[in-house]
Design a protein around this ligand. Structure first.
Ligand SMILES: Cc1cc2nc3c(=O)[nH]c(=O)nc-3n(C[C@H](O)[C@H](O)[C@H](O)COP(=O)(O)O)c2cc1C
Length: 378
């Protein structure tokens, strides 16, 4: 199971040689807003179907499903969009057209929040990295919930990543998570409790075993009550998003299992600064290439600790099919991308899916499902 780097597809090379140099001349947050708007406009004028035709890879070998105690989630392919890219769920329909197998939108807090002052997002192209201290800028779960009913239902699972508002004291954090769950429950295929952003003071303390177990149990209980009251079939699945800087993945895995969640999203950005050639601000989190090994290492340790009993989503530095495959072998059933999309462009999900099919075949696996965790000795 060798690790070889492949070059991107023609579309990706065009993006990197022509579009990226132009986009990278402008401030990253401005470009991000324009890209989301551009996606929405192209989808509104009917280009969504065309994108989907060229960028969706359909193959049984790529399909992954998650059986929960309340139903089943089917993912047409294992490549999803990571949280933070579409914080307000404003471009979900258009993003589906890029060939993703699922979307994680948010982080959402119950009410709108401005986030930290700008600049709060920077590129580090020499290291294929991003640095951010956004601080959960979002329009609030309330508004997202109010406009979701008008949306057509997507053909892929959509999860909501939810967090604590800046002004909510840490002791009252559970209230924010419960409120967002209530608001978004009818539209969620899964929820991800974000307890790992480095840009909300104290948030990472919610990863402490006793606190996290209590939080998970409270959310589970609330979802059971909501399921009884509503007419939706099955409850959304529950995940926890963890930091790559935690020193005890064994305790984390045990806690998440005891709390009754389906799995873990591993990982958020890192507060470490190794692997970077230039000076990076001391606060905030780093994503992209410098994070890859660190987050894959966390994933592997979570897989080993849970002996395969947790459904793991690997995120951090996925730029190629090889990166994604490495995460699958380390225990991920699904992967997500954010920084890779910025550096590799809109054909990334397709390139990864196509590449995965080749890598699976090379190593004699008949599907992604079969390869999960095969690189880990338990
Ligand atoms: C600008 C930016 C904003 C982000 N916002 C969020 C967020 O709101 N919630 C969250 O859970 N993760 C957030 N993330 C973290 C990503 O979801 C992901 O975990 C991390 O960037 C590692 O993946 P990558 O190397 O593919 O970017 C953000 C990342 C970036 C770069």
């Amino acid at each position: 199971m060798k690790r070889e780097e492949s070059t991107g597809s023609f579309g990706t090379e065009v993006y990197k040689k022509i579009f990226r140099p132009v986009l990278f001349r402008f401030p990253p947050e401005m470009v991000h807003g324009l890209v989301l708007e551009g996606l929405n406009v192209s989808s509104a004028v009917g280009l969504g179907g065309l994108f989907r035709k060229y960028l969706s890879v359909r193959d049984e070998a790529l399909q992954v499903s998650l059986a929960t105690d309340s139903g089943r989630l089917d993912f047409p392919n294992p490549v999803g969009l990571a949280a933070g890219f579409d914080k307000d769920a404003s471009a979900a329909g258009a993003l589906e057209g890029l060939g993703f197998g699922f979307l994680e939108v948010g982080t959402l807090t119950p009410r709108p929040q401005k986030g930290n002052p700008r600049p709060r997002l920077r590129r580090f192209p020499a290291d294929s990295a991003l640095w951010n201290r956004m601080g959960f800028n979002n329009i609030g779960a309330e508004r997202v919930a109010s406009r979701f009913p008008r949306r057509r239902r997507l053909g892929i699972p959509v999860g909501f990543n939810i967090g604590k508002a800046k002004n909510t004291p840490l002791e009252a954090a559970a209230g924010d998570y419960l409120k967002s769950v209530e608001l978004l429950f009818p539209w969620a295929d899964f929820f991800v409790l974000n307890v790992s952003s480095p840009n909300t003071a104290g948030l990472r303390e919610l990863q402490a075993a006793a606190v996290l177990e209590r939080l998970l149990k409270a959310v589970r209980r609330r979802m059971e009550e909501l399921a009884l009251k509503s007419n939706r079939a099955g409850r959304p699945a529950l995940f926890v998003k963890v930091s790559p800087d935690e020193s005890s993945p064994d305790t984390l895995a045990e806690t998440v299992l005891r709390g009754g969640a389906a799995g873990i999203v591993a990982t958020n950005t890192t507060v470490r600064r190794d692997g970077l050639s230039g000076p990076v601000p001391p606060d905030g989190g780093v994503s992209g290439r410098p994070l890859r090994e660190r987050s894959t290492d966390m994933l592997r340790r979570l897989y080993r600790a849970s002996r395969g009993r947790l459904f793991l989503i690997g995120v951090g530095g996925v730029f190629t099919a090889e990166d994604a495959y490495e995460k699958v072998l380390a225990g991920a059933s699904l992967v997500e991308v954010y920084t890779g999309l910025v550096y590799e462009g809109p054909a990334l999900a397709r390139d990864i899916n196509r590449g995965l099919l080749t890598l699976l075949k090379r190593d004699g696996f008949s599907s992604v499902r079969e390869a999960v965790g095969k690189g880990v000795k338990i």
